[in-house]
Every structure is written in structure tokens, then in C-alpha cells.
Ligand binder design. Structure first.
Ligand code: HEC
Length: 283
């Protein structure tokens, strides 16, 4: 009897430990968007990457760094400004102009004075804040994550990024107590139970995010004349961030296709030689 009680006590204890994981996160799964880079033959849509770059540059980059991407990467094969005329992206005039727009701290090689110099294609995108503490101080205590690998680091990838920036605009459900400096987003993981005044069974899905809705219709002007709806801007920036996180996707898909063709041809050759070898042997 004592043994049964002990087992019961241990089981209850374990259940209590596991409890909080049961209670948590109720976010809505990201919207399933159709992307040009989906599937084994997918590739990036270069015009979309250029539009997405513009959204990153003019909007997201004021809070989110992208410190693993160098300017020259923009001109790599498959990148937003790849141009076969400039196989070496360091020569690509678009890349050079983009880099020159930024100023980098440097040291004058003659006087040793601290100076600023214009960026070159070899520089990396500079972070908008000097350090994480400064970034938090400007964002209500929350750290805007670096965007270099965001699309790979989050389940749902580009779908997730698209959903967060569009969902961020969602009207908070009536009866939800939204703390100051926080925004309701159905796609972000959270547990809103203690902020919900209504029936606990009807607690809204999602959570709060410290990012003010970054995009609205017409937030940027696209150079190719595409209408800058919220949907378009969000899709384009998500595609751009997917590229930033996975710039080798096209190369990989091409290699995969090559391997498949090789295997097919090889299977043909094998079959032909099999027929050849056994030609004169009766069955
Ligand atoms: C005013 C500053 C600001 C701007 C501009 C901004 N963000 Fe954010 N973003 C934040 C902060 C702060 C967080 C972290 C929020 C949190 O932890 O609650 C965040 C978080 C995110 C997340 C969720 C990341 C995660 O950890 O899962 C995504 C996705 C995102 N931002 C995308 C974007 C995109 C795309 C843009 C440009 C269109 C953008 N942000 C512009 C401040 C900003």
C-alpha cells in the first residue's frame, strides 16, 4: 500500500513539473503562402528580392541587424542584384552604391585619427544599435533579433515572418488587456490567460510582441511599379529574408536536379549493359 502511495506521489510530482508546458503557447500556425522558392525546383524571384531588400533597408533595418550579410552578397548569383555582367559582385555598381550609403568607423592611416569612411562591398550590414543593451533600451526591453538567419531559425520560415508582420496589425480581441508597449499578434507564441477577462476556455490564441506593426500600405515605393500593399510588402520582405538565410538554395536545387538526371541516365546505361551481358543466355 505504502509503495502504491509512493508511486502515486511521484507520478503527481512529475505531472506538476510537466504542468506548465501543457498550459503554454496557443499561437495560430503561420499562413501557408505560395513562394517561388518552394519545392525541389524552386528559385528566388529576383524582382521580389529587390523589393524585399527595399523594405528591409527602409523599414526593418532601423531595429533589426543582419550582421552575417555583406553588401557584396547582394550581388552573388541568385541574390537580389546579381548581374551576369559582373561575375565578381565587388564590381557590381548597384552593390557599390548601396555600400557607399553607409558610413563606417575607421582610423586614418596617416594621422591615426578616428574617422568615418563610406562602406565598400566587402563591409557587412551595420547594426542599428551599438549593442544589445542599447537595442533593448529603445524597444521597451525587447531585443529585435538579428535577421541574417531568422527565416531558418523559426519554424515556418518565410510563412512565419509574413504572418508575424501582418498579424501584428490584428485588432486585439475585446476583453484582452494589452500591456503598454505590447501588441497583440495571433501568430506569436504566448499564453494570454492572465490578460483575458472573458471565459478562460475562449482565451485568444497568440501572444504579445514588443514590435509596433512595422508595415502599412504604401510604407515603401517599389522601383518596379508594384503596388505596395501591406500584403505585398510583407511577402517581399519575407522572401528577401529567406534569401538572406539561405542564399545557396538555387545552387542546391540545381545540383539536386543534376544528380537526378545523372541517376536516370545511369540507370539507362546499367539496364542496357545488363541486356547486353545476358543477351545470349537462355532464361
Ligand atoms: C521599431 C523597431 C522595429 C522595426 C522597425 C521592426 N521590428 Fe521586428 N521586432 C522588433 C522587436 C523589438 C522585436 C522583438 C519583439 C519581442 O520580443 O516581443 C521584433 C521581432 C520581430 C519578429 C519576431 C521574431 C522572433 O523572435 O520570432 C519578426 C518576424 C520581425 N520582428 C520582423 C520584422 C520585419 C520583417 C520588419 C520590417 C518590415 C521589422 N520586424 C521591423 C522591433 C522592430
Amino acid at each position: 500500500m505504502a509503495r502504491a502511495a509512493r508511486i502515486l506521489a511521484v507520478t503527481m510530482g512529475l505531472l506538476c513539473l510537466a504542468g506548465p508546458t501543457f498550459a503554454a503557447t496557443t499561437e495560430v500556425p503561420p499562413k501557408d503562402i505560395h513562394w517561388s522558392f518552394d519545392g525541389p525546383f524552386g528559385s528566388y524571384d529576383q524582382e521580389q528580392l529587390q523589393r524585399g531588400y527595399k523594405v528591409y533597408r527602409e523599414v526593418c533595418s532601423s531595429c533589426h541587424s543582419m550582421n552575417m550579410v555583406a553588401f557584396r552578397n547582394l550581388g552573388d548569383p541568385g541574390g537580389p542584384f546579381w548581374n551576369p555582367k559582373y561575375p565578381n559582385p565587388n564590381d557590381n555598381p548597384v552593390v557599390k552604391t548601396i555600400a557607399k550609403d553607409y558610413q563606417f568607423p575607421d582610423v586614418d592611416s596617416e594621422t591615426g585619427d578616428a574617422i568615418k569612411r563610406p562602406g565598400t562591398s566587402a563591409d557587412y550590414f551595420p547594426a542599428p544599435f551599438a549593442n544589445p543593451a542599447a537595442a533593448r533600451a529603445s524597444n521597451g526591453g525587447a531585443l529585435p533579433p538579428d535577421m541574417s538567419l531568422l527565416a531558418k531559425a523559426r519554424e515556418g520560415g518565410a510563412d512565419y515572418i509574413y504572418s508575424i508582420v501582418t498579424g501584428d496589425r490584428a485588432e486585439a480581441p475585446h476583453g484582452l488587456n494589452v500591456p503598454a508597449g505590447r501588441y497583440y499578434d495571433p501568430y506569436i507564441a504566448g499564453d494570454l490567460g492572465s490578460f483575458w477577462k472573458g471565459d478562460p476556455a475562449k482565451t485568444p490564441p497568440g501572444g504579445f510582441i514588443a514590435m509596433p506593426p512595422p508595415l502599412v500600405e504604401g510604407r515603401v515605393t517599389f522601383d518596379d511599379g508594384t503596388k505596395a500593399t501591406l500584403n505585398q510588402e510583407s511577402k517581399d520582405v519575407a522572401a528577401f529574408l529567406q534569401w538572406a538565410a539561405d542564399p545557396k538554395l538555387e545552387e542546391r536545387n540545381r545540383a539536386g536536379l543534376g544528380v537526378m538526371i545523372f541517376l536516370l541516365l545511369f540507370a539507362g546505361v546499367l539496364y542496357a549493359s545488363y541486356r547486353g551481358v545476358w543477351r545470349d543466355v537462355g532464361h
